[in-house]
Write a protein that binds this ligand. Structure first.
Ligand code: ZN
Length: 162
């Protein structure tokens, strides 16, 4: 099956994804496909919903390291924040600085079915929060102050003739 990137304002991006029930060949194929789409689009992260698969998983490549997080759960978010420029394959052509926790602790199942706990900081922490949001039907512009969100969206609509 060939997948395309789901782009805003597609309603699917607002839906909450369901837990992955089992790690089988089909899921491995899906994960490979997610990496393929991510690399093809020059992204550093991709969640299932972004190719229309409403399952709780995402893939990332950060600083040369690949991650597959299945049924992730953010256990802790630091109360100190940073603002970093973010973009999203589902909102091509726009970017904005988003307030995120500097550090997160995430629990997830890896591709071998093992449960892992990871403490992440910096870009990795930002990426995890961004991808995790997709599983709950959120995109990065939802974190912007209302006036900024409006102006970013205006720019987006103009670019894409919406
Ligand atoms: Zn995204």
């Amino acid at each position: 099956m060939k997948y395309d990137v789901v782009v805003y304002p597609d309603e699917r991006l607002k839906l909450v994804s369901s837990p992955v029930e089992k790690i089988d060949e089909e899921l491995i194929d899906l994960i490979n496909e997610m990496f393929r789409v991510m690399y093809e689009s020059d992204g550093c992260g991709l969640a299932g919903v972004q190719i229309g698969v409403l399952q709780r998983l995402f893939v990332m490549e950060i600083k040369g390291k690949k991650y597959v997080m299945i049924n992730p759960e953010i256990l802790e978010r630091s109360r100190d924040y940073s603002f970093q420029e973010e973009g999203c394959l589902s909102l091509p052509g726009i970017g904005a600085e988003v307030k995120r926790s500097k550090r997160v602790t995430v629990k997830y199942t890896d591709i071998d079915g093992k449960e892992k706990i990871l403490k992440a900081a910096g870009l990795l922490a930002v990426c995890i929060q961004h991808e995790y949001d997709h599983l709950d039907g959120k995109v990065f512009i939802d974190h912007l102050p209302p006036d900024e969100k409006l102006s970013v969206l205006k720019n987006y609509r103009k670019q894409h003739n919406l």
